[in-house]
Each structure stands twice: as C-alpha cells, then as structure tokens.
Design a protein around this ligand. Sequence first.
Ligand code: ACO
Length: 464
Amino acid sequence: MPDTITATAPQAPGAELRATGSLDIKDSRTGKNYPVQILEGGVEGDTAIRAMDLRQIKTAPEEFGMMTYDPAFMNTASCRSAITFIDGDKGILRYRGYPIEQLAESATFLEVAWLLRNGELPAQKEYDRWVHDITYHTYVHENIKRFLEGFRYDAHPMSMLCSSVAALSSFYPEAKNIKDPDQRYISIIRLLAKLPTLAAFIYRHGKGLPFIYPDNDLGYVENFLSMVARMSEPQYEANPVFVKALEVLFILHADHEQNCSTNAVRAVGSSEVDPFSAIAAGIAALYGPLHGGANEAVLRMIEEIGHPKNVPAFIDSVKGGKGGRLMGFGHRVYKSYDPRAKIVKRLADQVFAQIGMDKDLEIALKLEEAALHDDYFVSRKLYPNVDFYTGLIYRSMAFPTDFFTVLFAVARTSGWLAQWEELLNDKEQKIARPRQIYVGYGEREYDSRISEKFPKTNKDGRKK
Ligand code: ACO
C-alpha cells in the first residue's frame, strides 16, 4: 500500500486571485451603479469578475438577479488551475511551467504523468516507486476480459474503452472514498496502469486475436506494444522508432487544460463519484469528432480526397460549406500553429524516414499548404491542430483508424487524473451545476390527446 508518496503530492491549485480594481456596472433599467471587484491571477495577469457578483443586479428584490450567458463556455473560467498553461495566440503550451517542446524531447511519459499530478519533476526514488506501482497494477480482473469478449467483433474501440473503464469502478468499490488520499493514489495508479491493458485487449478483440497479458519486464510503451502485437515469441521487441514516437505522442496528448473532455471529467467528478466513472465520462467526451475523434476523421477525410490533385476542389468545397470542415484544422484556443502539431510533423518525418513515405502524407502536406495560403483559413486563424498528422503516424504503425482516439485517451488519462485531483483539493469548487435561461412554455393545463394509454388489466393485474 502507498505511504509517503501521497503525502507529498501538492495538488491544490495554488495562488488565490487578488483584487486589483473594480468595474462599475450601470444598470440602464434602474440607473443604479454596481461596483464589481476585478480579480487578477496567473502568470499572464488574467483578469475576471465573479459571475456571482452580478446576482445583486436586479430591478426588484424578488427577481433572481443577473446571470452571465455563455453557451459553450466561450469566455468563462471554471477554475483556477496550476497544471497546464496555453497561450493560444503565441502557440505556447507548458505543463507545470515546462515547455512542451522540452518535455517531448527529453522526458518519459510516466515522468510527465508524475509532473502533472505532483507539480514538480520526480526525484529518482519517487520516479522508481511510481513506475514500479504502475507496472504492478497493469493486470485486469479476468471478468473484465470476459466483459470485453461480449462486444461485437466490429464494436467501436472507444465505446469499448468507455464502458470497460466505467465497469472497472464496480471492481474497486473502495475507489468511491475519494477524500482518502491513499484511495485516490491507488485509483490513479490503477487507471494509469490498466488503460494500456484495456486498450490493447480492445485492439486484439477487433482483430480476433487472443489477449496478451502485460509483461512487467517492459517499460510502459513497450509493454503496451507487446500486448498489441506479440504473437508466439517469448518476449516482444518493439521497433525503437515506434516506441519513441508513441512516447512523444503520449506526452503531447497528456493534458490540455479545460478542453471538452477535461471539463467532462471535472463536471462529473464534482459530484464526488469515483474516478473510474469520471474518467469514463472524459473518454465519452473525447470520442466526439470535434474533439479527440478528429484524428480518426482526418484520415477518413484524406482517404476520401484520394489523390493530391483533388485537394484544391476539396478546399473549395469546405469553403463553400459543402465539404464539411477541414478536419485537423482549427482550435478553440490556438489562433496560431498548435505547438504540438509542429512536433508531430517532425515526428512524422522521422517515422516515415525509417519505414517509407505514407501515400497519404502527400495529400496531408498539400492540404496544409493550400489552407495556410488561403484567405478563408488565414482570416479565421485556422491552423493545423495536433490531430492533423497523428493519424498518419498511427496508421504507419498499423493501428486501425477507429483505434486512434483510444491512443489519445490512454495518454490523456494522466491529465484527466491530475485535473480531477486538483478539483477535489480546491476549496472553491462545488458540484458543477450551470444555470439556464428558460425559454419554453409558461404554465399550461395538462390536456392529453391520447385516448388509451394504459393496457386494460384484470383485477389480478394481468393483461386482458
Ligand atoms: N474547417 C473549415 N472551417 C472551419 C474549421 C475547419 N476545420 N474550423 C472552424 N471553421 C470556421 C467556422 O465555420 C467558422 O466560420 P464562420 O465564422 O464563417 O462561421 C469559424 O471558422 C470559427 O469556427 P467555430 O466553429 O466558431 O470555432 P470553435 O472554436 O467553436 O471550434 C473546433 C473549434 C471545434 C476545433 C473547430 O475548429 C473544428 O471543428 N475543427 C475541426 C475538428 C478538429 O480538428 N477538432 C480537433 C480539435 S483539437 C482536439 O480536440 C484534440
């Protein structure tokens, strides 16, 4: 059972926001003035007002008071967080202050997972313990295997991953003791350890191959590739280029502050449910084509384009609103080149230099070139995001297209868990519960238009 490691984990979000001035809001309906405190915080000196400070603004005492209206959270900070920093205009991404470029170059994925959770890079002893604990929790209960076997041969891997992670919650009922740091630690270890095992089992199920158990002599990525690809050999030796590429891709995908899936994990986690259920919610959110599912959608789009000569017509169809979106382009936060996409593009060059050019890379390069010089994309600040090139790398490793988002989920689990624990340690957080502006009917009388709704029954309750 873990001991000292839990006690050293500093997960509270850190610095409080400080008052830096006030904003005078004048209500034109009443002529009243409301001074609202301006709060400042963070390395960039972000400013905000508390939405609750607006509640005092009303025209009569019985009114509910003013709310903010912000569909899709375009301008709402839901938390203070010390985990990941993004400057979308400058194309900067840092985990706990460390630039993503340096981490991708030199760190291991498990070192990054530790960093995300604990806020500092691990000392050797801490790292060894972390790796040991994760390595020795990679096995899943045999009933999980049978659970996975119950899926159809063509079940989408993300549906299987989402359900099997949710199912794990039933194997660890003690995980619901989320206020106990030791329980949180062991749940985090279990999730980081078992995600690759589940992912690999799901891959083998899709291929109709027997499941391969974890090999505790291998590193995190090597073990995953062994469970994916090993056949009859006693020990699997992964291609070192693939191992390095996957390690880097896992680091790039580890966290990305308050994106759709992280917001889902935090929202579900705020109900104080166990972390397996909260992470399953994150996986469900990641599945969507506008989020993690984009890497799958990019490849399908490229396959549909079919040939570099068709790229200009495809770009025209996107601009004309007929060809759907240029998948792998655009981002809610990045309004310049996604720093992860730059690293992935270099990685793709290295992988293809080793194993030969992917036929669709040419289409991708042409698409990128065309979009970066087209006023439609330039004026909307649409640049390649992380998913534009990842699919090509995954395919070169022979991962099926519908499996790509699973790889994303394995990596993102580290970030989701760090965010989840930060949420639990944040005294300002409560159950997430947005308001709405109700625009439906006012009260009206029930007036049924269905003549016979309930089956007629005998006195004994049986159908007549
Ligand atoms: N192709 C064509 N046009 C686009 C694209 C695109 N990929 N993305 C945005 N636009 C256009 C919109 O049509 C809109 O144009 P308009 O102003 O003329 O109406 C404008 O750019 C702004 O787009 P929004 O949808 O308002 O931007 P939002 O921030 O809501 O969306 C998103 C961001 C969802 C990522 C979007 O850019 C998109 O759908 N991209 C394709 C899917 C994708 O690659 N998702 C992966 C994101 S990275 C990740 O989640 C890991």
